[in-house]
Ligand binder design. Structure first.
Ligand code: HDD
Length: 749
């Protein structure tokens, strides 16, 4: 736990940064330099990295410090040059035979510039193409030491990390808030080599055996004929596959739940999915599952909001993460372990630990915290870091080993293999973002993009000519040694264990663990997705799957589709719900939440106080005024106008004023009856209506109440009063629950 003094200092620093971020200097306001329109003429060195964005440590491919400046070799010196370093006189005009051409083939600068541009793109990842990364640190608590000897888990050991979040199905330029699984991949640069934990925000997977991965991805990706739809599962091929391949049902339930549309990367859980084998110093083993628990709680969007965001701000999740880090609100997750005895059957309480479509409920095996992840530095260059980072499940360190889960085993091949195409050759671990922070002496030589100048003549073992170097590590040097796990002597078969054929118990467990509002969302998500399918047979088959999960779920979805609900073909097994799976019913920190405040420049009563309280609480206030710039002579500045503001950006809305319709208000809309004499800008009314529909807390005081009345949105989760501070305090209580859940209709219990 942090000391109160330190917390205050951190909050103050964050407040300063947030203030600077949301109140950028503007012309005409004191303390702000007028911008110069002409390019400066005095040569000067390249721009230094931003304060918190030093480049990655530069070690040579053989692990030695290079001494190179941290900004790497990207920009050096003050003059524009060719890639061979010759200074350039003119980069705006190609070399021509006279002013009117033609262009001469001898123009090396033109050809080199265009040639390099032509080859700037590399293939996007075959899955998880859309992603966003950040740097951070991981500090071990030492609590895992009895089961795992990994050095980075020891008490107080700080390890640099790089995390990349992603969606699975969409292309690199697709929108962030689609309904999909999210990747949560972490590279720990430990003192024993890189450990990659390549997980998702959903603890189970569509398939039990990696040989099915091309099938599920081909089904989920856009249809091959028209390449439609982008980044979503609401189409026939996906539902065709999952309705016939019922081991996918559990993952599909999670996708259709609110987990499929997270509010932020910062409010997502992460899961290693597979069971791993951990080894302690004494050589004893346990089986374990990795979990990431976000400090801010697990929160989601609502579906209409998610769809709107994809249009209004397709970079919503990226922006959220980068802004939070830049403002000093560093997101944190605790790494936790569920630990199971390593028995020959590799089951726990009857659950097969090698089946990646099954969870072990936390009520049966609590998640034990073993360390803290903090993301504290944005990337300096998206391509160099986020695009070129290469994760691989085979990057293991002493203390952590694989199991025989057939999904895990296939992944061990795929992640190494895919980089050969994506990063064009076998030397991808020499790229700065992938380099271990320890010496590397791998005897690999040559190949495309070889950056090392290896010395010596004997990259083979045994050798005498290089003095026997490199040497194999003895036990005292802490090598990675695979656990000598016995392998059953058996016939070669293409078969799965009998327990793998139970496809419906855990989907049912998930369903029964949801609160009424979460069940409602699941029903609507299934109805939406199947409603987008064209093939009747696909819809009917998926209804059959749902009937085997739960009769109410099936009948409600069938009702929405206008189809009969089939009877189950599988007798439901008795399952015990796991309350830990629900996102509803708890109170969470409100740090980093965005509060929109609609102001009327004519009446700023209470605005300044509430704004300061929001900042002091580690949240971000965004003032919305009819026009941009300074708000009267109040010293306050509008960050949003009625033209640029949209409800989706805010976690809660405050109305401090009821601005009348501005000249740019289109279409004009009359204020509703009930607010005599008040005409409110229609965009304010729209904002209120959307926040209300999306179950966001709304508060109004003073003149702001007129806007609320005109919108007709009163009732649950709407706070009004005369005193701005009191209204805000009540709003905070609502925000702690994330949404005003009771505002949603609950048709199922
Ligand atoms: Fe995978 C990328 C997570 C099964 C093959 N996967 C990838 C990424 C994540 C996951 C987070 C993005 C990494 C990054 O940010 O660069 N994948 C998972 C999880 C799985 C899973 C949690 C099941 C538990 N994956 C899986 C299977 C296969 C792959 C069964 C193949 C047999 N995954 C890949 C890949 C990717 C990849 C093709 C694409 C880009 C990359 O690896 O580097 O190799």
């Amino acid at each position: 736990t942090r000391k109160p003094g330190k917390v205050k200092a951190v909050v103050e620093k964050a407040v300063d940064k947030v203030t600077e971020m949301v109140n950028p200097p503007i012309p005409g306001v004191p303390n702000s330099e007028p911008p110069s329109l002409a390019e400066p003429t005095d040569p000067r060195g390249p721009l230094p990295p931003k304060g918190d964005q030093d480049g990655p440590e530069t070690v040579s491919p053989t692990g030695a410090p290079t001494g190179a400046p941290k900004t790497s070799m990207g920009q050096q010196g003050e003059f524009l040059t060719t890639s061979a370093g010759a200074r350039i006189r003119d980069t705006d005009h190609s070399l021509k035979a006279g002013e009117r051409g033609p262009t001469l083939l001898q123009d090396h600068h033109l050809r080199e510039k265009v040639m390099h541009f032509d080859h700037e793109r590399i293939p996007e990842r075959v899955v998880h193409a859309r992603g966003y990364g950040a740097h951070g640190t991981f500090v071990g608590y030492g609590t895992a030491s009895n089961v795992c000897k990994s050095a980075f888990l020891a008490d107080g050991i700080e390890t640099p990390v790089f995390v990349r979040f992603s969606t699975v199905l969409g292309s690199r330029g697709s929108a962030d808030t689609v309904r999909d699984t999210r990747g949560f991949a972490t590279k720990f640069y430990t003192q024993e080599g890189n450990f990659d934990l390549v997980g998702n925000n959903i603890p189970v997977f569509f398939i039990q055996d990696g040989i099915k991965f091309p099938d599920v991805i081909h089904a989920g990706k856009p249809h091959p004929d028209r390449e439609i739809p982008q980044a979503q599962s609401a189409h026939d091929t996906f539902w065709d596959f999952v309705s016939t391949h019922t081991e996918a049902t559990h993952h599909v339930m999670w996708n259709m739940s609110d987990r499929g549309i997270p509010r932020s990367y910062r409010t997502m859980e992460g899961f290693g999915v597979h069971t791993f084998r951990l080894v302690n110093e004494a050589g004893e083993t346990v089986l374990a599952k990795f979990h990431w628990k976000p400090k801010l709680g697990v929160h989601s969007l609502v579906w209409e909001e998610a769809q709107m965001i994809n249009g209004f701000d397709p970079d919503f999740h990226r922006r959220d993460l980068a802004d939070a880090i830049e403002s000093g609100a560093h997101p944190q997750w605790e790494l936790g372990l569920q630990i199971f005895p390593d028995t020959p059957k590799q089951t726990f309480e009857g659950i097969d630990l090698l089946d990646p479509t099954k969870i072990v409920p936390e009520e049966l095996a609590p998640v034990q915290p073993v360390g803290l992840l903090t993301l504290n530095r944005n990337t300096m260059n998206f391509f160099a870091e986020t695009e070129q980072v290469a994760f691989h499940l085979g990057n293991l360190v002493p203390g952590i080993d694989v199991t025989d889960d057939p999904l895990f085993q296939a992944r061990l091949f795929s992640y190494l293999d895919t980089q050969l195409t994506r990063l064009a050759g076998p030397n991808f671990n020499q790229i700065p973002i992938n380099r271990p922070h320890v010496p590397v002496n791998d005897m690999f030589r040559d190949g495309y993009h070889q950056h090392a100048v290896h010395a010596g003549v004997a990259p083979y073992k045994p050798n005498t000519l290089d003095g026997g170097n490199p040497f194999e590590a003895g036990a005292e040097n802490r090598p990675f040694v695979e656990v000598a796990q016995p392998v059953a002597r058996s016939a070669k078969v293409r078969e799965a264990p009998a327990s793998y054929s139970d496809h419906f118990s855990q989907p049912r467990l998930f369903w029964l663990s949801m609160s009424p509002v979460e069940k409602e969302h699941l029903i609507r998500a299934f109805t939406f997705e199947l409603g987008k399918c064209y093939e009747q047979a696909v819809k009917e088959r998926q209804l059959q799957v749902l009937a085997n999960v739960d009769a109410t779920l099936c009948s409600e979805v069938a009702k929405g589709l206008g189809l009969p609900a089939p009877a189950p073909t599988v007798r439901p097994r008795k399952v015990t719900p796991s309350p830990a799976l629900s996102q509803v019913g708890q109170t969470w920190p409100t740090d980093g939440r965005l509060i929109g405040i609609v102001v009327d420049p004519a009446d700023l009563d209470g605005v300044r106080t509430v704004r300061e309280t929001i900042l002091a609480g580690g949240m971000v206030p965004l003032l919305i005024a009819p026009t941009g710039g300074p708000i009267g002579d109040s010293g306050l500045v509008a960050q949003r106008t009625l033209l640029t503001a949209r409800s989706i950006e805010f976690d809660a809305l405050l109305l401090a004023g009821s601005p009348p319709p501005g000249p740019d208000a289109v279409p004009a809309r009359d204020a509703k009856a009930g607010a005599p004499g008040t005409a409110v800008d229609p965009r304010v009314l729209l904002m209120i209506e959307e926040c209300y529909r999306h179950a966001k807390a709304i508060g109004a005081w003073g003149a702001g109440r007129a806007a609320l009345e005109a919108s007709g949105c009163t009732g649950l989760g709407v706070v009004t009063g005369d005193d701005a501070s009191k209204v805000f305090t009540e709003l905070m209580t609502l925000l702690g629950a994330h949404r005003v859940w009771d505002r949603f209709p609950a048709t199922v219990s």
